[in-house]
Design a protein around this ligand. Structure first.
Ligand SMILES: O=C(O)[C@H](O)[C@@H](O)[C@H](O)[C@H](O)COP(=O)(O)O
Length: 224
């Protein structure tokens, strides 16, 4: 294995330990705990590491920071990724709350999904954010006409379109994600390190929406 593969595996394992510890701490104080994960490719090893850790998974709800509006059979489905790589081993006992419906568009599905997520254990115990090389996080994209709404609405969810991505999306709002008790950012590679450093140094949230989460403690997990 190359050095960076090793480093990414170790990163995934230490993030999994930190997330499991946070969930255990909250489950000691409350009936259920909510874990919000991101999709994309980065979290795969983290999902697999977390799935093997011991905690009272039956009392954990898992949902996504954002989802692509595609069928679960699609390679682009974050639900499919979570089911295959996280909801297995010990974590098979967790309850997954999807962010899609049978509706043709996220605009049609969003009201039902608002109801479905309303009963979860807010504030979320943990949010794990990814970031794209354009500085987006969740589905808060710099080129999206819905970005301003996503950064300001107090609704939990919104339908999103962006020229930079092929599928319509549904995303938790900045407001709902920011309320979580703990935020982890999971990144790999030199390019994302540079984008994150630039976002940290600047103040224009519309250029790099990840900035919208930088005014509260963030635990950054990065490996080459
Ligand atoms: O569904 C998604 O695409 C996401 O939740 C998204 O915000 C993701 O975290 C970043 O795009 C990073 O994706 P990668 O890990 O694939 O680079």
């Amino acid at each position: 294995m190359s050095d960076s593969v090793n480093a990414r595996q170790r990163l995934a394992e230490s993030l999994a330990e930190a997330v499991a510890a946070a969930l255990r701490a909250d489950l000691a104080e409350q009936d259920r705990a909510l874990l919000i994960v991101s999709g994309g490719l980065t979290p795969l090893a983290f999902f697999e590491a977390l799935s093997t850790l011991e905690l009272d998974w039956e009392r954990v709800d898992v949902t996504l920071a954002d989802e692509r509006w595609v069928d679960e059979s699609s390679d682009d489905s974050n639900t499919r990724l979570v089911k295959r790589h996280l909801l297995r081993e010990r974590a098979a006992q967790a309850r997954f709350v999807p962010l899609t419906t049978a509706d043709a568009t996220p605009e049609e599905g969003v009201a039902a999904l608002e109801k479905s997520v309303a009963g979860l254990s807010w504030p979320a115990s943990v949010v794990i954010l990814g970031m794209g090389s354009d500085g987006h996080t969740a589905s808060l994209f710099p080129d999206s006409p819905q970005l301003k709404d996503g950064l300001t609405t107090e609704a939990a969810l919104l339908a999103v379109h962006a020229p930079s991505v092929p599928q319509p999306r549904i995303s938790f709002s900045r407001h709902r994600l920011a309320q979580a008790k703990r935020h982890f950012v999971h990144l790999t590679g030199a390019e994302k390190r540079a984008v994150f450093a630039k976002a940290l140094a600047g103040d224009e949230v519309f250029e790099a929406p990840i900035r919208a989460f930088m005014d509260a403690p963030l635990s950054l997990y990065w490996a080459p």
